[in-house]
Structure formats: structure tokens, C-alpha cells
Design a protein around this ligand. Sequence first.
Ligand code: NAD
Ligand code: DGY
Length: 328
Amino acid sequence: MKPKVYIARPISKQVEEYIGEHCDYKKWQGEGAIPLDVLMEEVKNVEGVLVQHAPITNELLDQAPHLKIVSNSAVGYDSFDLAAMKQHRVLGTHTPFVLDETVADLAMSLMLATARRVPELNNFVKQGKWNTQTKSQELFGIDVHHTTMGIIGMGRIGEKIARRARFGFEMDVLYNSRTPKPELEETYGIVYSELEALLKKSDFVVLIVPLTPETHHLMGEKQFAQMKNTAILINCARGAVVDESALVRALETGEIRGAGLDVFEQEPVLTDNPLLQMEQVVALPHIGSATEQTRAAMLMKAAENLVAGVTGGVPENVVKELQELLEE
Ligand SMILES: NC(=O)c1ccc[n+]([C@@H]2O[C@H](COP(=O)([O-])OP(=O)(O)OC[C@H]3O[C@@H](n4cnc5c(N)ncnc54)[C@H](O)[C@@H]3O)[C@@H](O)[C@H]2O)c1
Ligand SMILES: O=C(O)[C@H](O)CO
């Protein structure tokens, strides 16, 4: 008998066929994200579940006595209650590497869009506001090339962003991360910096750290005060890495110039969020990895991890905090 699994997000035909070869599966057929009460019900009798960002809580795990693996079709896994998963001996996997270049491309797009005011000026033209009276200075942005980028989080994606900035835009690149990587300085001239110095020197501050208790509100009032008044914040990590109220104040008072945000503390972002009313903010709906090619690769990787986890194999991408479960 094939192991039972539940697929809690839409998947392609190819991925569905692959899972179907190895598992007896049921899938979420509704619109948008699966409601938590539905997921809670569906996990009761399965050995594996494929999700994207759905919170894996102690309460959910209590309902799922047969569950062996939660395969997350995303690289970030702040949605996992790691302690509860350890306690329930449930493996958690994610999808590293396959999205690095795509997310790095998006970080650069956000930086360019914010610095050169692309969405704002696109609206300006389309709304018929460009006319013979338009003063050219009204359309000015700021340069990106030959400026300084400070990257917070020099992991898989951070490194791809750094290389784009250094070699594509000839920027000076500083970074702050838990573990300095001296080889980056030797090979590419990408320089480790303490956080405060990085914030003081950077024209663009890019966030690409995991959301953890240590990085929650890493950027708050104090950090915005340390940034240049002309600097732009780019957040491609998770919304809660930034204290959004402090960001609103920093933008209102001109403490920083602008922000390019792919992620928000509350998603989908609420329409009354003041950030959405600000011209100097470029806002995107969490699309860092959202290209056809990359999402297909992520889903296939998530499916392979899922199948391995329920068929006695060793999933390739068990998150580091749960790897000890493989040894038991
Ligand atoms: N916007 C999106 O769609 C999108 C897409 C992919 C990833 N992400 C986010 O980006 C994160 C990073 O992805 P990755 O694959 O590069 O991960 P990674 O694990 O390869 O790199 C993370 C880096 O952050 C550093 N770090 C951790 N805690 C830190 C701290 N307190 N201070 C400074 N640095 C710290 C680590 O040392 C590591 O170098 C993911 O966890 C996810 O949340 C968002
Ligand atoms: O963590 C991730 O992979 C992104 O947020 C995309 O889902």
C-alpha cells in the first residue's frame, strides 16, 4: 500500500504525477491559501504533507499521529515550530539553492525600482501627467551604480545579490552575517562589517536573513537612525525582520529616503498599512521566488523531499535544526 500524503497547495500536473507514482494523495482544491482548520483536519491520517508557508504548530502536530514529514515549498521555514516538530519527531524540509538567483534578481529589481522611482513614474506617464510643463527635476531618482550596498545575511541568496551588486553595478559591498566569510573579501572584495558601521555607510541596505527570534525587528528605530538620510531599505527576507511602525516613522521624518519591500509583517498586506500610501515605498506581494521556472523547481524539490520522507528514504533538504532526527 502506498503511503498517504496531503498536498496543501496547488501543484503542476508533472509534480502531481510524480507524487502519485509513490503515494496515495489528496490535494487542496480551493482558491488561495488553505484555511488552517482544513489543514488541521487533513493531516489526521497522513504520513506526509506538502505546504507553502502554512504554520506547523504543536496543535496541528498533536492532531497528526502518523505524520513523518512536512515538506515546505519555500526556503524560509519560520512557519515551522521547530521545538514541537522535534518533540513529535516530524522531519521538516525546505527548498534551498533552486531559488537563489531568482530572489537575487528581485532584490536588484526592487533596488532599481525604488531608486529610479519606476512604479511611480510609470503611473505618472500612464495617467497622462507627463506633458510639456513637466519639469525634468521632478522625475529625478538617485544612482545605483558606484554606490555602497550593505547586505544583512550573507547566505546562499545574499552572496548572489552581492555578486550582482559588485560586478553588475560596480558597487562597494559590505555585509553583516552571523559568520564572516573571509574568502568573499579575498576573491570578490565583499567586506564584512559590524551592523552599525554597515548602516552608517550604505546607500542601499538589503535584508536577506531568516526570520528567527534574533532577527525579529532587527531593523528598528535605533537602526533607522543610524542609516543615511539618503539611504534606501530593501527587504526580501521576512516582514517581521523590520519593525514596520519604526519604518513608517523613519520614512515620514525623512530619516531614510525610501524602501523597497517584498514582504510585510502581515501578509497579505492590509490596505490601511500606511506604507502603501507612500510614494517612496515600492511594495510587492512576496514574489521573491515567483517565476515559472523557479516555482516549478521548488515544487519538484518539495515533492522529492516529501516522497523520500514517506518511503523510507532520506530527504535531501531536512532543515538544519531537525537533522538530528535523521540519526535516531
Ligand atoms: N522574499 C522572498 O520571496 C524570499 C525568497 C527566498 C528567501 N527569503 C528569505 O530569505 C532568507 C534567507 O535565505 P537563504 O537561502 O539565503 O538562507 P541562508 O541560510 O543561506 O542564509 C541566511 C544568512 O543569514 C545569516 N544570519 C542568520 N541570523 C543572522 C543574524 N541574527 N544576523 C546576521 N545574519 C544572520 C546566516 O548566517 C546566513 O549567512 C530565508 O530564510 C527566507 O526567509 C525570502
Ligand atoms: O522562503 C521562501 O522560499 C520564499 O518566501 C518563497 O516562498
